[in-house]
Design a protein around this ligand. Structure first.
Ligand code: SF4
Ligand code: SF4
Length: 273
């Protein structure tokens, strides 16, 4: 079962809850955790682990063979990303930061004047903690292709079979989040009882409905306001949660008998029934 943990708004405690759920599930099944926040991976900090087993993620980059180029301009005209510009009578010039790596220019060149090169756009990592195999992605600063990092994390994490795969998405409802959620059997939308939380929950609900992914809502820090949100699980504001967050240890690990740990464990059990 692949469970997406998402939420629209940033700062709702989504990763903290996703990690605690994964730890609760790890006692009952084989679990992989995919940290798909390519811009800011943080699950390793929350479980107090080091990023390890770094592997590069690459993207296609066109390399021009000057002696073969007739300056016909076909490659420049097919580039949808305006990554190529060409002065009259000259070979095209590549603006690397705009290149999506689609390869259309190479296919369009009738003279074989473009060959395949590649650039490093980021990395994936793999590490183990609490009996869970963690995988995370890291986008190289300044690179725009975060979806490719998410794809690489998913490919690496799903190469082996697990009973449960927890997919922790980035905040927001953008392409990177959609990419992470694709293929999930169900999702958990984590929010908080604030105006912002309710607004962003609406947005992510729309995305999940469009993707056809059934989801349940979790309200974190449910006691910080009187606002009521229909949900499957409410986690009250609690100093022990903050303490564990600061120390980089899941509450379910440090205080397994705490009422919040028990709630999370019961919820995890229901999830896999
Ligand atoms: S690979 Fe795609 S985006 Fe990059 S220059 Fe070629 S056509 Fe443009
Ligand atoms: S399509 Fe090929 S030959 Fe034409 S300008 Fe581009 S690289 Fe040169």
């Amino acid at each position: 079962m692949i469970i997406g943990v998402t939420g629209g708004k940033g700062g709702t405690g989504k990763t903290v809850l996703a990690v605690n759920l994964a730890v609760a599930l790890a006692g009952k099944a084989s679990v992989a955790y995919l940290d798909c926040d390519a811009d800011c991976p943080s699950a390793h900090i929350i479980v107090g682990a080091e990023l390890q087993n770094k592997q590069g993620v690459y993207s296609f980059l066109p390399e021009f063979i000057e002696e073969k180029c007739t300056h016909c301009g076909k490659c420049t005209s097919v580039c949808q990303f305006n990554a190529l510009y060409q002065l009259k009578g000259e070979a095209p010039t590549l603006v690397e930061s705009l290149c999506s790596g689609c390869g259309a220019c190479m296919l369009a060149c009738p003279f074989g004047a473009i060959k395949e090169s590649r650039k490093t756009i980021g990395w994936t990592h793999a590490y183990e903690k609490y009996g869970i195999d963690f995988f995370s992605g890291e986008l190289r600063p300044g690179e725009p292709l975060s979806e490719k990092i998410v794809d690489a994390v998913k490919e690496r994490g799903l190469a082996k079979e697990y009973d449960i795969v927890v997919v922790d998405t980035a905040a927001g409802a953008h392409c990177q989040v959609v990419c992470a959620l694709e293929g999930c059997d169900k999702a958990l939308a984590v929010t908080e009882p604030t105006q912002f939380g309710m607004h962003d929950l609406e947005v992510i609900s729309e995305v999940l409905n469009k993707l056809g992914i059934p989801f349940e809502t979790i309200v974190n820090r449910s006691t910080i306001s009187d606002k009521k949100i229909e949900s499957s699980l409410e986690i009250p504001y609690d100093k022990k949660m903050i303490e564990c967050y600061v120390e980089g240890v899941p509450i379910i690990e440090k205080y397994p008998k705490h009422p919040i740990s028990k709630k999370i464990a019961e919820f995890a059990e229901r999830l896999i029934k």
